[in-house]
Design a protein around this ligand. Structure first.
Ligand code: HEM
Length: 501
C-alpha cells in the first residue's frame, strides 16, 4: 500500500498524454457533469484550477511529471490548487498550512478506499482495501500488534544476522550500486521477519519469483485499470494464486505445530478478529493478503531509504572530519567500545547520529511522491496566503512529502543534507505540525516506522563497522519513473576495514 500510493506518478512515465486522453476520454463529459453538480451543491470558492486547456491540459501537466506540475502550480497559485486529470479533479494541498485535515480527518470524511483500491488484485480479496472500514481497522490492528516494541526487539537479531551474512560475501574492496544491493538484502530480511523461516530457508527463490511477477503487474496503467486483460496482469493474478497456495501449506503446518516462531506470519496465524467476522481466526488467504500488503508497504520503501541514506551520508565525507559520515562512524566506534559487538534493540536505540542521518535522507528523498485521499465530506482550508477555499465531495486530494520537504519556508536550506537540523532545538519542533511527512502523519501514519528504522540501522551499523566508503559519482538524481521514487544508478566504493571500526 504505502509503496503503491504513487498512483498518478508513474502514469507520466509510460504512455503519452494523448494515449491516456484517448483511453479516458469517455469519462470527460461525465467529469464535467459531475463537476457541475458538485459545484452547485457546495457553493463557495473552490481552489483555483491549474491547467491549460480543460481536460487535456491537466493530463498534459501530469504527463510532464507531478513534480514539475507541483512546482509550477505552487509558484503560480500557492498551497492549494486543482488539476482536472481525465475524469477526476485532483486537488493538491502543499505544505503544513493546508495539510492538517488531510492527515487528521476520519475515514468517513476522507477515504483511502477509492484511491487505493487498485491494489485489490495484488493483495487479494477480503483484505485491506477490499473490506469495509471496520474490518480494515481490525486488520491494521494485526499489523500494529505484529510491529510493537516487544516484537520488534525479536526481529533485530534477524536483521543483523541477514546483514552480517550478506556482507560477509563482499570482497576486500569493490564497487557497488547501493539500490541494487539493498533491494536484495531487504528482500531477505523481509522474508525472514515478515514471511517466516520456512519461506526464507526453503522457498525463498520460488516466492521471490512470484513476488517479482506481482510487482511487475503493478504498472502505472494498473492504477486506472487494474483489471485490464494484459499479459502482466494475467501473470500477476497467477502469481497471487501461487502465493496463496504456498502460504496455505505453510500456515496449515504452523497451526498444526505447537512451536511458535518469532515473525509476523506467526502473529497473523494466532490473531483473531474482535468486533467483526464473529471473532474468528484469519483465513489462510487473508493471511497471505496481509503479508503481501505489509511487504508492498515496507520492502521497497525501506531498501530505497537505506540507499539514499548511504548516498547522502557518504557524499558528505568531503566536508571533512565533522561530516555526517564521520560522525556516524565515530558513533559506531563509541558504541563498540561501550557495548562490544552486540547489536540489539537497546544498542540501536543509542545510535542517535545514525538515526538522524536516516531521518534527514528521508526528508530529502521520501520514496512516496504522493499520498492521496478521496473527499467524502466537504471541508475548507486556509492557505499560507490567507485564502480560504472549499473542497467539494468527489475531489481526490494529493499531498506530497517530497515537495513539502523542499519548501524553504519549512526547512532551512532544504537541498542541503544536514542531519543536525533535527537536533534540539529542532527545526521540526519549531515548525508547524505535519511539516515532516516521511512516514505520513496523523490517522494513517506509517505503522512500520520503527520496524523500518531498526532494519535500516541494523544494516548500516554492520556496514559502517566493517567497511569504509567513498562515492565515485555525485548523489544520484531521483528516478521518477518508478512507483517508489529511488535513486538512479550510482557507484560507491567499499573497502573492508582492517579491524572492525
Ligand atoms: C503507511 C512511508 C516502511 C507499513 C505509510 C505512509 C507513508 C509511509 C508515507 C502513509 C500513507 C498515507 O498517508 O496514505 C513509509 C516509509 C517506509 C515505510 C518511507 C520506510 C522507510 C514501512 C514498513 C511497514 C509499513 C517497514 C511494515 C512492516 C505501513 C502501513 C501503512 C503505512 C501498514 C498504512 C497505515 C494506514 O493507512 O493506516 N508508510 N513506510 N511501512 N506503512 Fe509505511
Amino acid at each position: 500500500m504505502a509503496q503503491e500510493l504513487l498512483t498518478l506518478t508513474g502514469a507520466a512515465g509510460s504512455f503519452s498524454p494523448f494515449q491516456l486522453a484517448a483511453m479516458l476520454g469517455v469519462f470527460a463529459l461525465l467529469s464535467m457533469f459531475v463537476a457541475r453538480v458538485l459545484s452547485s451543491k457546495f457553493p463557495g470558492s473552490k481552489p483555483p484550477i491549474f491547467e491549460g486547456t480543460p481536460f487535456v491540459g491537466g493530463l498534459m501537466k501530469f504527463a510532464g511529471g507531478p513534480w514539475r506540475l507541483m512546482e509550477e502550480g505552487y509558484a503560480k497559485l500557492g498551497d492549494a490548487f486543482t488539476v482536472p486529470v481525465a475524469h477526476k479533479r485532483v486537488t493538491f494541498l502543499i505544505g503544513p498550512d493546508v495539510a492538517p485535515h488531510f492527515f487528521k480527518a476520519t475515514d468517513e470524511e476522507l477515504s483511502q478506499t477509492e484511491v487505493y483500491n487498485f491494489n485489490v488484485p495484488t493483495f487479494g480479496k477480503g483484505v485491506v482495501y477490499d473490506v469495509d472500514q471496520k474490518t480494515r481497522t481490525e486488520q491494521f490492528r494485526f499489523f500494529t500488534e505484529a510491529l510493537k516494541k516487544d516484537r520488534l526487539a525479536k526481529y533485530v537479531p534477524q536483521f543483523v544476522a541477514e546483514a552480517e551474512s550478506y556482507f560477509s560475501r563482499w570482497d576486500e574492496s569493490g564497487v557497488v550500486d547501493l539500490k541494487e544491493e539493498f533491494a536484495r538484502l531487504v528482500a531477505l530480511t523481509a522474508a525472514r521477519t515478515l514471511l517466516g523461516r520456512e519461506i526464507r530457508e526453503q522457498l525463498f527463490d520460488e516466492v521471490a519469483d512470484l513476488l517479482h511477477d506481482l510487482d511487475d503487474g503493478m504498472r502505472p496503467i494498473s492504477v486506472f485499470f487494474p483489471y485490464l486483460p494484459t499479459s502482466y496482469h494475467k501473470k500477476r493474478d497467477q502469481a497471487r494464486a501461487g502465493l496463496g497456495r504456498i502460504f496455505a501449506k505453510v500456515i496449515q503446518a504452523r497451526r498444526a505445530s505447537s512451536k511458535k516462531e518469532e515473525d509476523v506470519l506467526q502473529q497473523f496465524c494466532d490473531a483473531r478478529y474482535q468486533n467483526v467476522c464473529g471473532g474468528r481466526q484469519l483465513t489462510e488467504d487473508e493471511i497471505t493478503g496481509l503479508l503481501i500488503a505489509v511487504l508492498f508497504a515496507g520492502q521497497h520503501t525501506s531498501s530505497i531509504t537505506s540507499a539514499w541514506t548511504g548516498y547522502e551520508m557518504v557524499s558528505s565525507k568531503t566536508r571533512g572530519p565533522k561530516s555526517p559520515y564521520h560522525a556516524a562512524v565515530a558513533e559506531q566506534q563509541a558504541i563498540l567500545k561501550k557495548h562490544g559487538s552486540a547489536l540489539n534493540f537497546d544498542v540501536l536505540g543509542e545510535m542517535e547520529t545514525l538515526h538522524l542521518n536516516i531521518q534527514e535522507a528521508l526528508r530529502m528523498h521520501p520514496p512516496l511522491l504522493l499520498v492521496m485521499r478521496y473527499v467524502k465530506q466537504p471541508f475548507s482550508v486556509t492557505t499560507s496566503q490567507g485564502k480560504t477555499y472549499n473542497i467539494p465531495v468527489g475531489d481526490i486530494l494529493a499531498a506530497s512529502p517530497n515537495f513539502a520537504h523542499m519548501l524553504p519556508t519549512v526547512f532551512k536550506d532544504p537541498a542541503v543534507y544536514e542531519p543536525a537540523r533535527f537536533l534540539p532545538p529542532r527545526e521540526e519542533d519549531k515548525a508547524k505540525p505535519f511539516s515532516y511527512l516521511g512516514f505520513g502523519g496523523g490517522r494513517h501514519a506509517c505503522i512500520g516506522q520503527n520496524f523500518a528504522y531498526l532494519q535500516i540501522k541494523s544494516i548500516w551499523s554492520v556496514m559502517l563497522r566493517n567497511f569504509d566508503f567513498e562515492m565515485l559519482d555525485p548523489v544520484p538524481a531521483p528516478d521518477y519513473d518508478s512507483m517508489v521514487i529511488g535513486p538512479k544508478p550510482a557507484r560507491i566504493r567499499y573497502t573492508r576495514r582492517k579491524l572492525a571500526a
